[in-house]
Design a protein around this ligand. Sequence first.
Ligand code: HEC
Length: 131
Amino acid sequence: MTLKSFMPVLAAGLFFLGACTPEKQPDNEELTESRAEALAEQKLATGKRVYEANCAGCHDAGVAGAPKPGDNAAWKERLTPGFEVIVKKSIEGFDGKSGAMPPKGGNAILTDEEVSNAVTFMVSNPNTTSR
Ligand code: HEC
C-alpha cells in the first residue's frame, strides 16, 4: 500500500481534530497520535519493501560508495541538506563524489512516495540515530 491510500484517513483525522471541543481534546490527541504512529509504521513497512526490491542491490553492499542503512555517520552527513533534498536527488538521480545514483534506483515505475518511503526506511534503520 502506498502513503497515498492513507491520505483520506489523515485528512479525516485532521478534520476531526479541528472540529473537536476543548474538553474532548485529550482523547482526540491520543487518537491522532496513534494514527500518526500507524501512518509512520506503514511508511516504514512500504519503504522496507521498496528498499529490498529496488535499492538493496547497491545500498546493502555499499556499491560505488552507496550509503548503507545503519551507517550512522554516512547518513548524518548526507542528511545535512535536509530529508526532502536527498529524496529529490534519489528521485531524479545524481552523480556523487563516489558514484552514480540512478533515478529512482533505476526503477522508473516507482512513485515518488515509494522512493520517499524507501529513503525513510534507509535513514530510520534501528541502528541509525541520525534521524
Ligand atoms: C545502481 C546502484 C544504486 C541503486 C540501485 C540505488 N542507489 Fe542510491 N545511491 C547509489 C550511490 C552510488 C550513491 C552515492 C553517490 C555519491 O554520493 O557518490 C547513492 C546515494 C543515495 C542516497 C543519498 C543521497 C544524497 O544526497 O547523499 C539516497 C537517499 C539513495 N541513494 C536512495 C536510494 C533509493 C531510495 C534507492 C531505491 C529506490 C536507491 N538509492 C537505489 C547507488 C544506487
